[in-house]
Design a protein around this ligand. Structure first.
Ligand code: GDP
Length: 472
């Protein structure tokens, strides 16, 4: 990959600066790291770092660590005893000279060290700017850079595995192969456009076959994207039902032992009681409408704005009824009210039912399924989990063997490329001039380039990296 010429970023993220940030989370910990990257990284560090064994940090080769002191000013007031690691361009995370100062993990030593490197000429890094530089220097492409964030934010093992594959470049390679094929087709066209007398036009049937093959490959990636996005973004499951049917018990049962890991994102407010579960690798937010004050009238309860919202946003609704009593008119009304969502009718408390299993009447919304559980004794829950996963993923998932597109941005770009290829096929079929086909192919290539980042502008980069933390 070549360097990208985006040296003068719109947001002021110029590559000429040496940037610095605290790369570890705030608070107390074993270590806290101040990271520096850029042309002056070693020079700046050498002005505040006194190695235990005298040496010039600026001459250090890459992949070395030094023990010593961070000191403030010529008087040498000690700030912290640290380990400094040096990575040299281009073999570093950013592709530039990088220095990482491993301080003792407290707020004061880490902040003081950051202050000193800023005073010595570094600029505070913007969100994700280290990763952005890795991209700008061609160390990684944009899909890989995005995957860095996905690794950090992964909430389940399946999500982590997908993200790591993307960092490795699995998705990027598929896209690059498609780009190569496009370039090949374009080259065959351009030769005949530029030298109409010497080079024959490519044969229509052959062109169509190549275009259709390429389109099929991209369509396969699009097909996997709904699964990929679910595994990355997760789903919401709302639990509704009359009081006392066992909604809270069921929620706890579904949480199980392996919960999804959630970190509170500042600025989000949670109106509803919700818990993060891990259902077959899918990060699931279980929204417990039992937490909403219950009124006798279920439909009125539905009118409560928050529960309405929970239902409107739910990917799957679990309507819980007491199996020993069966469903009644109120349940049917509730089902009708939420029936536009995929749903599962859960007959709970089945441990109390000796005889025949209850069955829903024809009020059960089409596409809804039924399951029998005992939250108390813990059975039926596996089947319920499987049912939820199946409903949202629509069949088997095998993230272990496939490349899955996990972002809406990538999906949209693939769809754009497919539309351009379709148009290209129509152009060929209608026997229109090949210049027109070249236009379609260029559009397809540009769309694919949005995924790898070869054809994105600063604004898109700003939008992508603003989700990162400062220091990554
Ligand atoms: P919610 O009001 O719908 O959230 O219901 P809860 O989860 O609070 O349960 C209400 C009562 O039913 C509690 O006493 C639970 O112990 C009991 N319960 C929940 N699930 C079951 C079940 O599967 N079998 C039996 N026998 N009791 C249950």
């Amino acid at each position: 990959m070549g360097k990208r010429d985006m040296s003068k970023g719109a947001a002021g993220y110029g590559l000429a600066d040496t940037i610095a940030a605290i790369s570890t989370p705030p608070g107390e910990g074993g270590i806290g790291i101040v990271r520096l990257s850029g042309p002056e990284a070693l020079a700046i560090a050498s002005r505040i770092f006194v190695p235990r064994r005298p040496r010039d940090l600026r001459q250090s080769p890459g992949f070395r660590m030094y023990l010593g002191m961070i000191v403030d000013g010529a008087g040498g007031r000690p700030v912290d005893e640290v380990l400094v690691s040096v990575m040299r361009a281009p073999r570093s995370y950013t592709g530039e000279d990088v220095v990482e100062i491993n301080c003792h993990g407290g707020m004061v030593p880490v902040r003081r060290t950051l202050e000193l490197v800023l005073r010595e000429g570094a600029r505070l890094a913007g969100p994700g700017e280290f990763t952005r530089r890795a991209f700008l220097h061609g160390r990684i492409d944009l899909a890989q850079a995005e995957a860095v964030l996905d690794v950090i934010r992964a909430r389940t093992r399946a999500g982590l595995e997908l993200a790591v594959r993307q960092i490795e470049g699995k998705l990027s390679r598929r896209i690059q192969e498609a780009e190569q094929e496009l370039i090949g087709i374009m080259a065959s066209l351009e030769a005949s456009i530029d030298f109409p007398l010497e080079v024959d036009e490519p044969e229509g049937g052959e062109l169509l076959r190549r275009l259709a093959d390429l389109r099929a490959q991209l369509e396969e990636l699009i097909r996997g994207s709904s699964q990929g996005r679910i595994l990355r973004e997760g789903i919401k499951v709302a639990i509704v039902g009359r009081p006392n049917v066992g909604k809270s018990s069921l929620l706890n049962g579904l949480l199980g032992e392996e919960r999804a890991i959630v970190t509170e994102v500042p600025g989000t407010t949670r109106d509803l009681i919700s818990e993060a579960a891990n259902i077959r690798g899918i990060p699931v937010e279980l929204v417990d409408t039992a937490g909403i004050r219950e009124t006798a009238d279920l439909v009125e309860q539905l009118g409560v704005e928050r529960s309405r919202q929970a239902l409107a946003q739910a990917d799957v609704v679990l309507l819980v009824v007491d199996g020993s009593q069966g469903a009644d008119g109120a349940d049917a009304q509730l089902a009708a009210a939420v029936g536009d969502r995929p749903g599962i009718l859960v007959y709970n408390k089945m441990d109390l039912v000796g005889g025949d299993k209850p069955e829903a009447g024809d009020w059960l919304p089409s596409g809804w399924r039924q399951v029998y559980t005992s939250a108390k004794e813990g059975w039926g829950l596996e089947e319920l989990r499987a049912m939820i996963a199946e409903m949202v993923l629509g069949g088997e998932v095998s993230p272990g063997t496939e490349v899955l597109v996990t972002r809406a941005r990538h999906q949209a770009a693939l769809e754009k490329a497919v539309r351009a290829l379709e148009q290209g096929e129509e152009t060929v079929q209608a026997k229109l001039p090949l210049d027109l086909l070249a236009v379609d192919l260029r559009a397809a290539r540009e769309a694919l380039g949005e995924i790898t980042g070869s054809t994105v502008d600063e604004e898109v980069l700003d939008r992508i990296f603003q989700d990162f933390c400062v220091g990554k």
